[in-house]
Design a protein around this ligand. Structure first.
Ligand SMILES: NC(=O)c1ccc[n+]([C@@H]2O[C@H](COP(=O)([O-])OP(=O)(O)OC[C@H]3O[C@@H](n4cnc5c(N)ncnc54)[C@H](O)[C@@H]3O)[C@@H](O)[C@H]2O)c1
Length: 365
């Protein structure tokens, strides 16, 4: 089992990574001196697959476990969706020593983490992330929260878990679409920070998509990505500088998701389109060589280009980019790639740059 220690202003905790380690979860939780009462929060699919076995592992260490099943999906990630979770905690008499185990992908992690941050003004929680998105991205960094009808992730809190426990075997039940969506964040990490990881993906990406890699290779992949996220969020917990580079491909990606009402594309799919668009901006400014752009675009293409952008209005996507949550003093900042492993932040990307780039992606794919 590999351990990554995370130190942020908001707290210190460990990320444990390995395959076939779920049986050790109870013992690790016991070591954290958590209270006896624990509530597992999962969505229907993950609940069916893993809640019972995880509950047994915790019960065998003397924990008192109940499970609450939350509706999955982005449409349920809102304040109303939290109501049954708060209700379960209240009716089960969970007090301040009780804790939450968030079992699932990014949606359950964000929701259960926010409940932990707010129930009785804060109880402890741990993450057992079950998607690639959650293992390499959302379970690390302490961002919790839900959507509002006027925008995504607008309500939330920075709230660090006590432990993030990643059994990579759990990823093997993921449908291919979710694997690809998660790999979009992996390709992003490689591109912004890790040329060696990029080279690995250039050789292996189809095998990763099919999960035809060994347990040790999968552990390596998750650990490498988790370390990149940890390194960035530990330096910049509240997103004042470096953390912005994690937004690569996301400004246009989020705008595409919003323009299509979060129904047409998974988040990761929209990021693929966003990454191809920003590479066009980089190349047209002469920031990225033709060779590097070819490497960039080819790897994203191998993840599969989602269809249907042609039917989405380019100007509306542009207008939505102006609502980017990460703008500074009203200016939308773009992360542009100069080469594999090297990106910079630009605050002078024009309307024409963005619309041309979206049109390029529509015409090319
Ligand atoms: N907090 C953060 O820093 C952060 C970062 C990135 C993304 N996010 C959020 O994460 C969310 C997306 O997360 P996601 O992509 O994990 O989606 P998700 O949580 O909806 O999971 C995707 C689907 O996979 C299923 N699933 C999960 N684990 C499974 C498994 N092991 N086997 C089979 N099926 C499984 C789920 O039931 C769901 O249907 C978004 O809401 C996004 O805003 C948050």
């Amino acid at each position: 089992m590999k351990t990554i220690s995370v130190k942020t202003e908001g707290g210190h905790y460990q990320i444990l990574i390995g395959h076939g380690i779920i049986g050790q979860l109870g013992r690790k939780c016991k070591g954290l001196k958590l209270g006896r009462q624990v509530v597992i929060v999962a969505d229907e699919s993950v609940g069916k697959l893993y809640a019972e076995s995880i509950s047994k592992v915790l019960v065998s260490e003397g924990f008192e476990v109940t499970t609450v099943i939350s509706l999955g999906g982005e449409n349920n990630k809102n304040l109303d969706g939290l109501e049954p979770i708060y209700g379960h905690l209240i009716t089960s008499g969970v007090d301040r020593t009780g804790w939450i185990l968030a079992l699932g992908g990014g949606i359950i992690g964000d929701m259960a983490g926010f409940v932990a941050a707010s129930y009785l003004r804060g109880i402890r929680y741990i993450h057992v992330p079950t998607t690639i998105v959650a293992q390499v991205d959302s379970s690390i960094g302490g961002k919790t929260g839900v959507n509002h009808s006027l925008g995504k992730n607008l309500i939330g809190a920075f709230y660090q878990p006590q432990l993030v426990f990643m059994d990579t075997d759990l990823l093997r039940s993921l449908p291919e679409g979710e694997i690809k969506a998660g790999l979009a964040e992996v390709v992003k990490h490689a591109l912004i920070r890790d040329p060696e990881l990029f080279e690995f993906l250039e050789i292996e990406i189809e095998n990763v998509i099919k999960m035809q890699i060994t347990p040790s290779q999968l552990d390596w992949l998750i650990e490498r990505n988790a370390k990149i996220k940890v390194e960035i969020v530990s330096t910049d917990e509240r997103e004042s500088g470096l953390r912005a580079i994690l937004n690569y491909g996301h400004t246009i990606g989020h705008a595409i998701e919003a323009t299509t009402n979060y129904k047409k594309y998974r988040h990761g799919e929209a990021v693929i389109l966003g990454a191809l668009a920003v590479a066009h901006i980089s190349a047209s400014r002469g920031l990225m060589s033709a060779r590097e752009r070819l490497r960039h675009d080819s790897l994203w293409e191998r993840l599969g280009i989602p269809k249907g952008l042609k039917d989405v209005d380019s100007r509306e996507i542009f207008l939505r980019t102006r609502n980017d949550k990460k703008r500074v003093d009203g200016v939308v900042r773009y992360i542009l790639a100069e080469a594999v492993g090297k990106v910079s932040i630009y605050d002078d990307v024009s309307e024409k740059n963005v619309i041309d780039a979206i049109r390029y992606v529509k015409e090319t794919y």
